[in-house]
Design a protein around this ligand. Structure first.
Ligand code: FAD
Length: 481
């Protein structure tokens, strides 16, 4: 159990926020010591600001007290990004939930960071608009967390990930300064600091407001469930559909183990004897949808699909998506815990890497299931396990490392959408040179020279500005380092 924060520290934050908005109860602090990953941290106080001014006041007090600050949205992150270490102060923006402004003309919305992803789309549905990035956690995760992780989602294949939908933002830096980046212009002048902060994982400051692009909801959509006798056939269909010139709105794959778990949980009529299934959605005008659906079906059958089921109505479409988006929850039927990975490989290497993952599962005597964004090669191998079994936990970590290394060796990258956080931090040298890491560390230090914003995340220890390749003595007098 973490040491209790000093009562005086708690009182100082309560003087700023008032009663009920500073959490120091040991049980509650245990909850804030976790996120959706398997990482376990140590939480000091939790503060719940409701305005930018309160965030500024809390950040300034944390600076005065020398406390590290971990920004937190909904805590659904899967890489340990929101997990506090060594009694850090957790700054939850979960109460900053106002949709400040909706401008249907741009179209865009200005929102506070604690607004839930799905709540934003729901709020603009009557205007024929939606917020395109749709993580499977969209009913629970926050826009601020999406920005900080550069979140993706099933429909990001055609529409792009969060970075393509953020127009501007307000961010409170470690010293309490408030920085406004971007605006509604598509290409604001100057350095693209907005692009740098998207994916910053709370290491650059606390995002207190975001202006996001809204998208027009297409007039027609068709959702198809494709059923394959082999994983290879499903993989060939994924490549074949894109090669035929169709970029579906979404193209998701599940292997047999996952399909069975989901079907027993959701009862969506998924083919449990299929080696792999694809959920493919095309949208656009009715004519585009009809033409693209025909290509998808033809390519899938040529690759060996046994069946193609198109959702007959909105209810059936919703059921199929419920099945996809409930996948991680369904795993509770297999084992009490899961460790979800997030790597990207070139689409052309999908089948080969899935076979390698199957071999890794056998080598480590583990159950590994797959459900993922196949269209962009974003794999989510999910290792089901029981954390009470220490030997099994050790095998889970070894298998996880083997998966990451295999994906990188296949020309992939460490993360498609979940971020680096604690989980992948020490794997960063697999894809970045010392010079790359030093450049990233220097850019981070420009935002937070004290290193108190979400310390020990993203960059491996030892890569802070000047610690690696840069030699202070070689720089001209007055050069910032
Ligand atoms: C069932 C399930 C399905 C998921 N599916 C997807 C998916 O399809 N695609 C995907 O990308 N992710 C997915 N995720 C992961 C997760 O939901 C996303 O990473 C999401 O963006 C995290 O949002 P959050 O509000 O929960 O952030 P948190 O977990 O609270 O924080 C995540 C990171 O962002 C930082 N942060 C949070 N808020 C702020 C802020 N206001 N300012 C600065 N930094 C901040 C934190 O410090 C941390 O580093 C899934 C998770 C679960 C549990």
């Amino acid at each position: 159990m973490a040491t209790a924060p000093a009562p005086r520290t708690r009182d100082r934050f309560e003087e700023l926020l008032g009663p009920g908005r500073v959490i120091d109860h040991p049980l509650e602090r245990r909850l804030y010591a976790r996120d959706g990953s398997i990482a376990q941290g140590e939480c000091g106080l939790v503060v719940l600001p409701e305005t930018t001014a309160e965030v500024v006041a809390c950040v300034r007090l944390a600076a005065e007290l020398g406390l590290p600050v971990v920004p937190r949205g909904s805590g659904t992150g899967l890489c340990g990004g929101a997990v506090p270490l060594d009694g850090a102060l957790v700054m939850s923006v979960a109460r900053m939930t106002r949709i400040v402004e909706i401008d249907p003309a741009v179209p865009c919305a200005r929102v506070e960071p604690g607004v839930l992803n799905l709540d934003l789309s729901t709020a603009v549905r009557h205007l024929g608009l939606h917020y395109a990035p749709d993580p499977s956690s969209q009913g629970a995760c926050s826009i601020g967390g999406n920005v900080a992780t550069n979140a993706g989602g099933p429909h990001c294949l055609a529409s792009g990930v969060t970075a393509q939908h953020v127009l501007g933002m307000e961010i409170v830096l470690a010293d309490g300064e408030v920085l406004r980046l971007g605006g509604t212009a598509p290409d604001p002048p100057g350095y693209d600091l907005r692009g740098f902060v998207v994916g910053g994982e709370g290491t650059l400051g606390v995002v207190t407001e975001v202006t996001v692009r809204l998208s027009r909801t297409p007039p027609a959509v068709r959702t198809m469930l494709l059923d394959f006798p082999t994983v290879r056939a499903a993989g060939e269909a994924v490549g074949g559909i894109v090669a035929a010139g169709v970029i579906p709105a979404a193209m998701e794959m599940m292997d047999r183990l996952m399909t069975v778990a989901v079907e027993e949980f959701v009862h969506a009529g998924l083919p449990v004897d299929a080696a792999a299934i694809l959920l493919v959605e095309v949208d656009g005008t009715p004519a585009e949808v009809a033409a693209n659906a025909e290509v998808v079906e033809r390519v899938a059958r040529e690759a060996g699909a046994r069946g193609v089921r198109a959702a007959a109505d909105e209810a059936e479409r919703a059921l199929l998506w419920k099945a996809r988006k409930s996948a991680f929850g369904a795993v509770a039927r297999i084992a009490p815990n899961y460790y979800l990975h997030d790597c990207v490989v070139p689409r052309t290497r999908l089948v080969e890497i899935l076979e390698r993952i199957e071999a890794i599962a056998a080598e480590h005597d583990l159950v590994i299931m797959n459900v993922f964004h196949a269209g962009d090669g974003n794999l989510h191998p999910l290792i089901a396990f029981d954390r009470r079994d220490a030997a099994q936990v050790a095998r889970v970590h070894a298998a996880g490392a083997a998966i990451i290394e295999a994906c990188v060796a296949a020309g992939g990258v460490l993360s498609g959408e979940h971020g680096i956080g604690l989980e992948k931090r020490d794997f960063m040298p697999l894809t970045f040179s010392d010079v790359d890491l030093a450049a990233q560390a220097c850019a981070r230090d420009a935002f937070d020279p004290t290193g108190r914003m979400n310390p020990a995340k993203v960059l491996p220890v030892g890569s802070r500005c000047g610690e690696l390749v840069l030699d202070a003595g070689a720089l001209p007098a007055g050069t910032w380092l």
